[in-house]
Design a protein around this ligand. Sequence first.
Ligand SMILES: Nc1ncnc2c1ncn2[C@@H]1O[C@H](COP(=O)(O)OP(=O)(O)O)[C@@H](O)[C@H]1O
Ligand SMILES: [Mg+2]
Length: 395
Amino acid sequence: MIPTSIYSKKSRLKLLIIAVALFIGAATVIYTNVLVAKLSEREQQLIDLYAKGLRYMINAEIDSDNLVFIQEEIIDANRSVPVIQTDENENVIAYKNLDIPEKISEKRKKRLLQREIAKMKAQHKPIEVSYQQEFKNYIFYKDSELLTQLRYYPYVQLTVIACLSVIAYYAFSYSRKAEQNRVWVGLAKETAHQLGTPLSSLMAWYEYLKGSPKFENEPIIDELGKDVKRLEIITERFSNIGSVPVLKDEPLLQVVDNAIGYLRNRVSSKVAINIETEFPPETTAKVNIPLFEWVIENICKNAVDAMEGKGSITLRLVKSNTKGAIALDIQDTGKGIPKTKQEEVFVPGYTTKKRGWGLGLALAKRIIENYHQGRLYVKSSEVGKGTTFRVVLNR
Ligand SMILES: Nc1ncnc2c1ncn2[C@@H]1O[C@H](COP(=O)(O)OP(=O)(O)O)[C@@H](O)[C@H]1O
Ligand SMILES: [Mg+2]
């Protein structure tokens, strides 16, 4: 028995990773927001000083000594915050730190500047600079390039990281699946191969003994024959899992009936197995018989285990909602599967049995979904009442 706790550990680890990722994401956003706020405050101070400088220059005497200082140290020192100085009617007097090409017509330049003013208005209220009640200037300004970039930077960064993580996740899970495939296929091929040699020798012995007068009318020979036949079927299953299986149109009702035959002889008489169909008996579906029988056996064996010796199993061929498909419902009156486990039962290694391997349903799902392009799932289940598995096959 493989402990099931590795699966709950794995999902806990997933949760932990998601929690850490969310935390880092949130911390990045919060931290950058703090930086943005600080930088924005600094730009505000810069622009206030700029406006003060302008106000001083407009109101100062022409020959004031301070003019050069203010021009150089305050007005020219602003190399980052885009500003536009206008008159009362928003006619542009001067601008700075704006990306406006020199060699364009006045008309286009004006249009570009008006657009900038609109953008600036949306961001900040313009600062008023007045000259002794006679006229007014306005200073429009917006966030510097740096501030704008910083504002969006964490989101861009997080989006890129998220995209990369998704790609990495898919790449990893793809390679993990490919690896699992190689293990299933390789192991199955090896098993079929190893069984092959003693089996053909057994078969020869059986033929020999059957023909020998010494064992005439011995029931033992018939039993031996049945076991050899069974071994042959098992080898065929493994060899089919290990190669690309051939799907053929087969009469499904008959295939199901044959598959049940082996089980019928082996389960207690208190377990009733019934087959029902909504279709004419000759209705076909695309199946590989050795593999499909294996699926039915696995599901029915589980059903028998779930009933603890008494109850009924009903296999029903019904219409599927999917176009061009046919469904086989396998219903039992066993102990049921709790809602939270209905997907987990297909995970390799999941078992609740003392002597279980937890591979039956994993294998069945592989056979149906990978080899038959169909679907296998728990259609419904109620604890204490029973379970219905559904197999969907293509017609
Ligand atoms: N019909 C069913 N009713 C109740 N539980 C089921 C049924 N089929 C499967 N299960 C549950 O799914 C588990 C996995 O089944 P399976 O993959 O066949 O492995 P195993 O039979 O070795 O335990 C079982 O241990 C059981 O708990
Ligand atoms: Mg099983």
